[in-house]
Design a protein around this ligand. Structure first.
Ligand code: OSB
Ligand code: MG
Length: 389
C-alpha cells in the first residue's frame, strides 16, 4: 500500500472500534433483461453474492462480484464462499475492529481471493459510513456530486442489433459506448459503429481474446479514433501489452491485468497501458483500490470505474468510488434497469439525460436494500456469528 493510501485507509474507521457480531452470506439469482456476452462467455442470469456485516445494531452491505464459472478470473462464487467462511470471516471476529487498515491487516497474510476479501471490505466501509452517519462517498474521499457513465454492449448475434443498442443507449444519455469484441467481431464492427457516430466516445473491450500474433489485425482499430482498447491480451502478459502499446496509437487500458498496486506500478513503468480500469472486486477491496487510485493520480494516468454486472449494492459502491478525483473518464456504471427488471435496492440507480448518476447524500450506500425482495429470491443464506459469549 502507498503511504498516502495507507493514511487514508486508517482514517476509514468507525467512531470507536467495534465488535462485529455477524456476517451473512447470501446468494440471490436475478434474471438479466437480456443475455450478456463477452469473449469469455455468455450469461443469462446473475448469481449475486451479497455480504451483510453487523455491529452495534447496524448493518453494512457488500457484494462479491465473482461469477459462477472461472471465466473472467479464477475466482468463483464457491471459492469466495469458502475463503470468506473459513478464513476472512474468522479473522474479523477476533477482538474489536478499528479501521479499514485493521481489516486489510487481518487479511494481509492470506494470498489471492481478491473478490472475496473485497466483498467484506465493501460491507465494512458501508457499516463505518452508517455508524458515522455519513455518505459512503465522503468516507472514501469522494469529491464529485455526480459521476459520468458509459455503457458496455455485449457481443450481439448481428450487427444491426448492436447498432440499435448503440442508438438506444446514446438516447438515454450514456457518455461513452464500449463494445465487447472478439476475433470475428471486431474491426469491421467497430468501423460501422464509428461511421454512424463520428464523434462519440467509443472503446472496445476484448477480455483477453487476442495474442501478440494478432498485432497487425489489431492495428486496424487505430484508424477509428477509439478512446481506448481494453485488455486485448492475456491477463498475465503485461510485457506483451507493452510491446503492443508501442505499436498502436490508440491507448491501451488494462482490466484483468490490474490485480493489485505492485502490478499496476509495473504495468505503468513498462508502458503496458495508458488508462486503468478500476474494479474494486478485482483488486481486493477499497484498501487496494485507494492505493491504486493514488498511484494513478500521482502518475497522471486516467482511471475509470469498471463494472461486473453488479446488483444495486455493488453498483452503489461503484458510484461512491467513482466520485474520487482520479476517476476522470466515464465508468461502466449503468442504470439498474440496464440489466435487471427489478433491482434489490430502492430507489434504483438511475442515469440522468446528461449521462451522469447522482452520488446519494444519505448515510452509507445511500440506498435502501429491499430485504423482502431479497428473501424471495435467495438460493442460500448462511449466517456466521461471532463465536463465544
Ligand atoms: O470486462 O468490463 C468487463 C462484465 C462482466 C465481466 C467483465 C466485464 C463486464 C462488462 C460490463 O463489461 C460492465 C457492467 O456494465 O457492469
Ligand atoms: Mg473489461
Amino acid at each position: 500500500m502507498g503511504a498516502a493510501a495507507a493514511s487514508s485507509v486508517a482514517r476509514i474507521a468507525s467512531p470507536a472500534p467495534v465488535r462485529l457480531d455477524a456476517l451473512e452470506l447470501r446468494l440471490v439469482r436475478l434474471p438479466l433483461r437480456e443475455p450478456f456476452e463477452a469473449s469469455f462467455g455468455r450469461m443469462e442470469s446473475r448469481l449475486l453474492f451479497l455480504i451483510r456485516l453487523e455491529a452495534e445494531g447496524t448493518a453494512g452491505w457488500g457484494e462479491v462480484v465473482a461469477g459462477e464459472r472461472p471465466l473472467f478470473s479464477y475466482e468463483t462464487v464457491e471459492t469466495a464462499r469458502h475463503a470468506i467462511r473459513d478464513f476472512f470471516a474468522p479473522a474479523l471476529f477476533d477482538g474489536r475492529v478499528g479501521s479499514l487498515a485493521d481489516v486489510a491487516a487481518r487479511f494481509a497474510a492470506f494470498r489471492g481471493h481478491p473478490m472475496a476479501r473485497a466483498g467484506i471490505e465493501l460491507a465494512y466501509v458501508d457499516l463505518v459510513a452508517r455508524l458515522r452517519g455519513e455518505p459512503l462517498a465522503r468516507v472514501l474521499g469522494g469529491t464529485r456530486e455526480r459521476v459520468a457513465v458509459g455503457v458496455s454492449l455485449g457481443i450481439q448475434p448481428r450487427l444491426d442489433a448492436l447498432l440499435a443498442r448503440v442508438d438506444q443507449n446514446l438516447e438515454l444519455g450514456y457518455q461513452r459506448i464500449k463494445v465487447k469484441i472478439k476475433p470475428g467481431w471486431d474491426v469491421d464492427v467497430m468501423r460501422e459503429v464509428r461511421r454512424r457516430h463520428p464523434s462519440v466516445l467509443l472503446s472496445a473491450d476484448a477480455n483477453a481474446a487476442y495474442t501478440l500474433g494478432d498485432r497487425e489485425h489489431l492495428k486496424g482499430l487505430d484508424a477509428l479514433a477509439l478512446l481506448m482498447i481494453e485488455q486485448p491480451l492475456d491477463p498475465d502478459d503485461i510485457l506483451d501489452h507493452a510491446t503492443l502499446q508501442k505499436e498502436l496509437t490508440t491507448a491501451l487500458c488494462l482490466d484483468e491485468s490490474i490485480t493489485g498496486l505492485a502490478r499496476t506500478r509495473q504495468a505503468l513503468d513498462i508502458g503496458a497501458c495508458r488508462i486503468v480500469n478500476m474494479k474494486v472486486g478485482r483488486v481486493g477491496g477499497y484498501s487496494h483500490a485507494l492505493a491504486i487510485h493514488d498511484l494513478c493520480v500521482s502518475r497522471g494516468v486516467p482511471l475509470w470505474c469498471g463494472g461486473m454486472l453488479e446488483s444495486g449494492i455493488g453498483r452503489a459502491h461503484n458510484v461512491a468510488l467513482a466520485s474520487l478525483p482520479g476517476f476522470t473518464l466515464p465508468g461502466d456504471i449503468s442504470a439498474s434497469r440496464r440489466y435487471f427488471a427489478r433491482d434489490i435496492i430502492a430507489p434504483e440507480v438511475e442515469v440522468a439525460p446528461d449521462g451522469t448518476i447522482a452520488v446519494p447524500p444519505g448515510p452509507g450506500l445511500g440506498f435502501e436494500v429491499d430485504v423482502p425482495f431479497l428473501e424471495s429470491r435467495s438460493e442460500a443464506v448462511e449466517r456466521l456469528a461471532r463465536p463465544g459469549p
